[in-house]
Ligand binder design. Sequence first.
Ligand SMILES: NC(=O)c1ccc[n+]([C@@H]2O[C@H](COP(=O)([O-])OP(=O)(O)OC[C@H]3O[C@@H](n4cnc5c(N)ncnc54)[C@H](OP(=O)(O)O)[C@@H]3O)[C@@H](O)[C@H]2O)c1
Length: 226
Amino acid sequence: MIEGGGDMKFGVLGTGMVGRAIASKLVSRGHHVMMGARARGNIPATEWAAAAGNNARAGSFSEAASFGDILFNCVHGAHTLEALEAAGHDALRGKILIDIANPMDYSQGDPPLLLYCNDDSLGERIQRAFPEVRVVKTLNTVGFPSMVDGTRIPGEHDMFVCGNDVAAKAEVSLLLREEFRWSNVIDLGNISSARATEMLMPLFLRLWKTLGTFDFNIQVVVKPKA
Ligand SMILES: NC(=O)c1ccc[n+]([C@@H]2O[C@H](COP(=O)([O-])OP(=O)(O)OC[C@H]3O[C@@H](n4cnc5c(N)ncnc54)[C@H](OP(=O)(O)O)[C@@H]3O)[C@@H](O)[C@H]2O)c1
């Protein structure tokens, strides 16, 4: 459990902007983090670990998954299942996996398509392929600087979570609040709601282009009951 921050072990799978932002924030909060990549000695991961201090280390996907009590999937959406296979079922078993990835397909240019949607999602594909993992989908609907600081964008706005494991969602919601300062978290139910949050990406990417910034978020406004 996250209780007041500090001293937990996290595995962050992925070395891109998202993985580095998540890993750096967790280290700054006093946690121990291993960043995982396809290969040991991955340059972005080893450079990140060298710069981030004593609580930071780098390894393979498998090593990072074994290291962390809670894991983050910050891998390219199209390659997430390969990365998790490389991490291995034994290393993942029983752990919370916070899935931030979106299944984007840039093969036909920009803006990208989703590889699949409507009746399936990456979150569900992960949960089906790794039934022993407690998948919680969240943070995939905002730009990476906002993921680790829900107050970066002023005012009231919302973060979504979904997943099949109620206790895992509660633990992740606490982590979002305590570590990443997200105070408005909406639970969308089971992992099939990953379809909905992944389908926000086409809107997100168009808003980014239109507004010229990804420092924005969605606010869900509810009419008070009469
Ligand atoms: N950027 C954002 O603001 C934002 C917002 C919302 C959601 N997301 C999602 O967050 C995830 C991470 O985004 P990102 O921009 O930080 O990084 P990215 O470029 O999408 O992914 C980088 C990671 O993918 C791994 N990877 C690439 N090809 C692979 C393959 N064939 N097999 C296994 N692993 C492979 C890389 O492994 P190596 O380290 O070994 O190279 C690296 O760790 C994505 O799914 C993205 O859709 C991003």
